[in-house]
Structure formats: structure tokens, C-alpha cells
Unconditional design. Structure first.
Length: 73
């Protein structure tokens, strides 16, 4: 799970694929290459696909589950 900033605010989603060749996503051309890879991500909220450079994404840590006593499982 990853997050990134968009014009609408912070978005979370999942990485679907590493792109190493140019591709079109709807009307947007993604100039990916082996020297300039991008990641295809899917928004958890809208289900829409987008491509981002790896540096633009932040890994989202899974929440730690705790017991009633407050210790992690």
C-alpha cells in the first residue's frame, strides 16, 4: 500500500506494475523507460490508474494490532 499527493489531497492505493516502457493511460502519455521507471498505481478510493515516479510515493505501514493490555501481537 502506498500514498501520494494529488491536486485533491493525499491519496492511497496499491502498486500494480513497474513501468519500463512508454505507455498511455487514457489521454496521459507516460514516458517510462528502463532508466526512468515509473510505477502504475491504483487509487483505493476511485479505482483509477495513474503512473508516478517511485520518489513521489510513500509506503503506508499497516496498523499494528494491539491486545486489550496494549501490547502488540
Amino acid at each position: 500500500k502506498v500514498s501520494w499527493n494529488s491536486t485533491q489531497g493525499k491519496v492511497t492505493g496499491t502498486v500494480k506494475k513497474k513501468l519500463t516502457a512508454p505507455i498511455d493511460i487514457k489521454t496521459h502519455h507516460v514516458a517510462a523507460s528502463p532508466d526512468n521507471p515509473q510505477l502504475l498505481v491504483e487509487s483505493a478510493g476511485s479505482g483509477k490508474a495513474a503512473a508516478h515516479k517511485p520518489a513521489a510515493l510513500n509506503r503506508v505501514k499497516a496498523p499494528v494490532k494491539t491486545t486489550k493490555g496494549g501490547t502488540a501481537k
